[in-house]
Design a protein around this ligand. Structure first.
Ligand code: RUB
Length: 308
């Protein structure tokens, strides 16, 4: 059963499974599958193995707060059970609950976000966010006449996935290269992007280039909306922890031999957009001002926030 953990971790590492929501659900599901098929005989061994698995999964994309929160959710209450069967059942039900709640959150965000869109709007999105795409598709489903610009999102080109999905839904979609963002922004009404992580100060960590969209939107007085499930809020940032920005292989940027070895290549894959450039965060508990993130965290997590 440990194979399911390794297989999921490998798929997250090589980006077969990607996007903050998808990796969180994949991590949580793998934990549930592991527990369901566990054939050890002792509760202590199970606790030890489940912790080991959590570490393997979270290390597959070490800076992803969503993955950490999804995996951790499956272990909630584990120290209070007294039998192996109870422990297995608890991880399975926690896992199912996380997948169900996080999927429902995407649908709720779609409904709330679509209310911000009116017929005739020109929208821009970046990378490939199921939460942001959900909003756009819902507005289209409601019969609103919209046009969408989607960025290519180098180097992985997740924008190709986005334009395929939007075009398949019948939405008027234009693909642009990342450096065309400022040129195109003048004709845009609203920007909708997803979130990898939201800090307690309301800053957004998302695909590299998101902060450029935010700057260009700010300059052009275009509304900038972030679509984020609340489990992407990082409680560690309350206590001053910084979000680590993932850097990936240089081979994602250039092919071997394409540039001299003396050329250094820097490939950060996320960036940080300050709260001041964000008009609102559309979440599963409603639309909030970035300044309210801390309050929502405290309300949702209560005292447990201050226990670790
Ligand atoms: C994906 C990305 C997405 C967020 C939100 O980056 O930055 O905007 O993860 O996605 P990568 P979602 O492709 O490197 O994982 O709304 O689907 O959770």
């Amino acid at each position: 059963m440990a194979e399911i953990i390794e297989k999921t971790a490998e798929s997250i590492r090589d980006m077969t499974i990607r996007g903050a929501g998808r990796i969180a659900r994949a991590g949580a599901s793998a934990m549930g599958d592991f527990a369901a098929g566990y054939n050890g005989t002792s509760l202590d061994d199970f606790r030890r193995d489940i912790k080991k698995n959590a570490a393997i999964l979270t290390a597959s994309r070490p800076t992803a707060v969503s993955l950490w929160n999804g995996v951790r959710a499956t272990m909630r209450g584990l120290s209070f059970v007294s039998t192996l069967q109870e422990a297995k059942d608890l991880v399975v039900s926690n896992s199912e609950e996380f997948v169900e709640i996080s999927s429902r959150a995407v649908a709720t965000i779609a409904k709330i976000g679509a209310n911000r869109i009116k017929s005739g709007d020109v929208i821009m999105t970046h990378c490939n966010s199921s939460a942001a795409i959900g909003v756009i598709k819902e507005a289209h489903r409601q019969g609103k006449d919209i046009k969408v610009y989607a960025t290519e999102s180098r180097p992985w080109r997740q924008g190709i996935l986005t334009v395929n999905e939007l075009a398949e839904a019948g939405i008027d979609t234009t693909l642009i290269i990342d450096s065309a963002v400022r040129t195109v922004m003048k004709g845009v009404d609203k920007v909708f992007v997803g979130a990898d992580t939201i800090t307690s100060h309301g800053a957004l960590i998302n695909k590299i280039g998101t902060s450029q969209l935010a700057l260009a939107a700010h300059e052009a007085r275009v509304q900038f909306y972030v679509c984020s499930e609340t489990y992407k809020f990082s409680s560690a940032t309350i206590f001053g922890d910084m979000v680590t920005i993932e850097e990936r292989s240089i081979e994602e940027v250039v092919k071997k031999g394409e540039v001299p070895d003396s050329v250094k290549i820097f490939n950060p894959v996320f960036d940080s957009t300050p709260a001041a450039y964000i008009d609102a965060i559309i979440t599963d508990v409603g639309m909030i001002h970035p300044g309210s993130v801390y309050d929502v965290m405290v309300r949702q997590l209560g005292d447990s926030l201050f226990e670790e």
